[in-house]
Design a binder for this molecule. Structure first.
Ligand SMILES: NC(=[NH2+])NCCC[C@H](N)C(=O)O
Length: 659
C-alpha cells in the first residue's frame, strides 16, 4: 500500500508539471513548439493512465474479496463509491455516500443505487462550475474500483449509478455461509451495558416491564452476535422509602420472620395492606420511617427483612425470565448506596448542586431550562435521580462502558434526557467517547384501544398472560390437527415456541416508539406477519431437504460436489434477499429498532414462497415417486433456513423442525 502511495504521489506531481507545461505551450504560437507539444501531450496521457491504474489498485486493496466476506453490502458499496468520489473529485472526498437498495421487483435498475451525482452537481454549481448530474455519475462510474460484489454499473435516469450484484459473488457468499455458518459483519467492538426489564420489588411486573424485557433481550442478542462485549443489567427497584412500610408490616404480620421464612405468596397484596396502614395509621407511619433509617444504616434485622421481601419478588421475576429465555444480571438500585454518597460529593465539589425548598437539585445545564434533578431530598434521602446519576458514573468509570442503553418506557424520556445532560455537565459522560441511548417504547393497549387490563379491570399479571398464551397456542395447533401427527414432546416444543414466540414477535415487529395493541387472535394468525407464520414457513423449508431422500446434513460435503446456481429469476431474487441480512443487522444495531429485522424475516418468507412456487426442488412422478432432486435449490432452501434461524435467535423465537 505505502509503495503504491509513494508512486502515486510522484505521478501526481509529474502530472501537474506536464499539465502546466502543456497549457503554457498550448497558448504559445510558435510552430517549432508543435512537435514538443504533441510529445508532452502523449506523455501526459500516459501518466494519467498510469495514475488511474494505481488509484484503482489502491482502492481495490481495501475492497478486495477478503474484506467483503460477511460484509454488509450497503457498507461495502459505500466504501466503493467513497473511493470513486475521492478519485474523481478529491475536493469533495468528504461527501457522505448515498446508497439505496433498489426494489427487488425492478431488475432492470439493478440492485443498489448510488445517488450522489445530484448533490455533487449542486455543489459544483454553487462553486460556479456547470456539470450535469449524468456527467458526474459517469465520472463516478469510471472511477469505481472494481469489486467482486459488482457485476456491472450503469448510469441511468437523472444521474443515478445503478449497481448490479455479481451472481458469482452471491453464490460464493451463500456457500461459505452454509459451510462456515453465518458470521457477523465486522464492526468496531464496544463494551455495552444494556439496562432492561428492571421491575420493582413488591410491585407488579407489568406489561411495560414485559416490553422492556423482550426488547432488551433482543438488543443484547443482536449486539452479542455483532461481537460486542455486552453487560445485561437488571436495574431492579429494590431500594427506597417503600421498604420502611414493608418491613414494619412484616414485623407485625410475621413476628418470627428472623427464624422462619414468612409465607408471603402475594407480595402485591402485602404491599397494598402496608400502604393502607401507612396512609391511615400515624403510629405505623412513624415506625415505617424509622425502618427506612435502620435499613439505610444497615441494621441487621432490617436488612434481613428487606432480603426476605426481595427474595419473594426475585423468585417471581426469575420464573418469567426462564419462561421467556431471558438472561439478565441483577444489579438493583441498592447496589449504588455507597456510590450515591460519592456522586453527591462529586456534584457538591463541582458546585453543581443548588438548594431549593430544602432539597438539593441539579440543573442539566447552565441555562437552567428543563427540569432539574432532585439529588438530595429535604429529609436527606436520595431519589431515583440520585441512583441513576450514581449508576451512570459506575457504568462509565468502573465498568468502562462506552455505550449504555436504557430500555425503558417512553414516559421516562424526560428523566433520561436530563440524566444524560447532567452526566455530561459534570464530565461523567464525554459525548465524543460515550454513546447513550434511551430505547423508549410506547404502552401496551387492549383490543379496545384502552390501557391493557383484565376483564375485571385489574392489571394483567404476567404469569397469567403467559399461561393464556400457552393455552391459545395449543388451541391453534389443535385446530390444525397437529396433536395427531406430532409426538407429545414435539407438540410441547411447538406449543412453547408459538406461545412465547408470538408474544415476543407481536411486540418486536411494531416500531417500538408507538403504542401497540395486544391481541392473541392477531398474533396467532398464521397468515399475517406473525411468529406463527414465520415458524410454519421455517418448518416447511426444513422439511424440503428431509423429504428429498438425500442426505443434506453434511452441507460442506454436498457443497464439494454441488454448486449454487442462480440462473432462474426467482433463485436470484431469493439469493439477493438473503444477502441483505448483514445490512439489516447493521441497521438494527445502529438505530436500535428490531422491527426492521422482523420485516426482513417476513420478506425472506414471502420471497422464499415465490421461489418455491416457481422452482421445483424435488420432482415427482404421478405415483409420487421422486424422479429428480435439484440439489442446488435445496442448498438455497438450507441457506434460507440458516438466515431465518439466525434472525429468529435474535428475535427470541425458538424454531422447531416440526410443528
Ligand atoms: N436505570 C434505570 N432507571 N432503569 C429503569 C428502571 C425502571 C424502573 N424500575 C421502573 O419500573 O420504572
Amino acid at each position: 500500500m505505502s509503495e503504491l502511495n509513494i508512486e502515486l504521489k510522484k505521478l501526481r506531481e509529474l502530472e501537474l508539471k506536464t499539465n502546466g507545461l502543456a497549457t503554457r505551450l498550448n497558448s504559445g504560437t510558435s510552430d517549432q513548439l508543435d512537435g514538443d507539444l504533441v510529445q508532452l501531450q502523449i506523455e501526459n496521457k500516459k501518466l494519467k493512465h498510469r495514475l488511474q491504474i494505481i488509484n484503482k489498485s489502491i482502492a481495490e486493496e481495501s475492497t478486495g474479496a477478503n474484506s467483503c466476506a460477511n460484509c454488509s453490502i450497503t457498507e461495502h458499496l459505500e466504501s466503493v463509491f467513497a473511493q470513486a468520489i475521492a478519485l474523481a473529485y478529491p475536493e469533495y472526498s468528504k461527501t457522505p455516500v448515498l446508497i439505496a437498495p433498489v426494489n427487488t421487483g425492478s431488475a432492470k435498475f439493478g440492485d443498489y443505487q448510488c445517488n450522489n451525482a445530484m448533490g455533487l452537481a449542486k455543489k459544483f454549481k454553487e462553486a460556479g462550475i456547470n456539470k450535469s448530474p449524468r456527467e458526474i455519475a459517469t465520472e463516478l462510474q469510471r472511477h469505481c474500483p472494481s469489486s467482486p460484489l459488482i457485476d456491472k454499473l450503469e448510469v441511468a435516469g437523472a444521474g443515478f449509478v445503478n449497481v448490479f450484484l455479481s451472481k458469482a459473488f452471491a453464490a460464493e457468499a451463500l456457500s461459505s455461509m452454509l459451510r462456515d455458518g453465518i458470521k457477523p459483519p465486522s464492526v468496531p467492538r464496544k463494551r455495552v451495558l444494556v439496562d432492561f426489564s428492571s421491575p420493582n420489588i413488591a410491585k407488579q411486573m407489568h406489561v411495560g416491564h414485559l416490553r422492556s424485557t423482550i426488547i432488551g433481550e433482543s438488543i443484547c442478542r443482536l449486539l452479542e452476535f455483532l461481537q460486542h462485549d455486552v453487560l445485561r443489567i437488571n436495574h431492579l427497584g429494590d431500594w427506597g422509602t417503600q421498604f420502611g412500610m414493608l418491613i414494619a408490616h412484616l414485623e407485625d404480620r410475621f413476628p418470627n420472620y428472623l427464624n422462619e421464612s414468612p409465607p408471603i405468596h402475594d407480595l402485591q397484596l402485602f404491599y397494598k395492606e402496608s400502604k393502607l396502614r401507612f396512609d391511615e395509621d400515624e403510629e405505623f407511619k412513624k415506625r415505617a420511617y424509622s425502618r427506612v433509617v435502620s435499613l439505610q444504616n444497615g441494621t441487621p434485622n432490617s436488612i434481613k427483612a428487606w432480603e426476605l421481601i426481595c427474595n419473594v419478588s426475585r423468585k417471581e421475576f426469575q420464573t418469567i425470565y426462564e419462561r421467556l429465555d431471558v438472561t439478565i444480571q441483577e444489579r438493583g438500585e441498592s447496589f449504588y448506596q455507597s456510590r450515591m454518597l460519592s456522586v453527591v460529593e462529586l456534584l457538591r465539589s463541582k458546585h453543581l448542586l443548588e438548594t431549593d425548598d430544602g432539597r438539593e437539585i441539579m440543573w442539566p445545564d447552565e441555562t437552567k431550562t428543563g427540569i432539574p434533578l432532585t439529588i438530595v431530598k429535604s429529609d436527606g434521602g436520595f431519589t431515583y435521580d440520585t441512583s441513576d446519576m450514581a449508576a451512570i458514573r459506575h457504568r462509565v468509570e468502573e465498568e468502562k462502558c462506552t455505550w449504555i442503553i436504557y430500555v425503558v418506557d417512553a414516559g421516562q424520556s424526560t428523566h433520561f434526557n436530563t440524566i444524560f445532560k447532567a452526566a455530561e455537565r459534570c464530565a461523567i459522560l464525554n459525548p465524543s467517547v460515550h454513546r447513550v441511548d434511551h430505547v423508549q417504547f410506547g404502552v401496551v393497549l387492549g383490543e379496545d384501544g384502552k390501557k391493557f387490563k383484565t376483564r375485571s379491570g385489574d392489571t394483567v399479571k404476567l404469569s397469567d398472560l403467559l399461561d393464556e398464551g400457552m393455552k391459545r397456542s395449543l388451541q391453534q395447533l389443535e385446530s390444525r390437527g397437529r396433536e395427531k401427527v406430532l409426538t407429545p414432546q414435539e407438540l410441547k416444543d411447538a406449543q412453547e415456541a408459538v406461545a412465547y414466540g408470538c408474544i415476543k414477535y407481536a411486540d418486536l415487529r411494531h416500531n417500538r416508539v408507538g403504542d401497540y395493541i395486544f391481541s392473541f387472535d392477531k398474533m396467532l394468525d398464521d397468515r399475517g406477519n406473525t411468529a406463527v407464520y414465520l415458524l410454519y414457513t421455517y418448518t416447511r423449508i426444513c422439511s424440503i431437504a428431509r423429504n428429498s431422500g438425500e442426505d443434506f446434513t453434511d452441507v460442506a460435503k454436498v457443497l464439494s460436489t454441488v454448486s449454487i446456481e442462480l440462473g432462474h429469476e426467482k433463485e436470484w431474487k431469493l439469493a439477493k434477499t438473503l444477502l441483505k441480512m448483514h445490512d439489516i443487522f447493521i441497521k438494527c444495531s445502529k438505530e436500535l429498532f428490531l422491527h426492521f429485522l422482523c420485516e426482513f424475516c417476513y420478506e425472506v418468507c414471502a420471497v422464499f414462497t415465490e421461489f418455491y412456487d416457481s422452482c421445483y426442488c424435488i420432482e415427482r412422478n404421478k405415483a409420487g415417486e421422486i424422479i429428480g432432486v435439484n440439489r442446488s435449490r435445496i442448498l438455497l432452501c438450507e441457506a434460507t433456513a440458516a438466515v431465518l434461524r439466525q434472525s429468529f435467535h435474535i428475535l427470541g423465537l425458538k424454531p422447531v423442525v416440526k410443528m
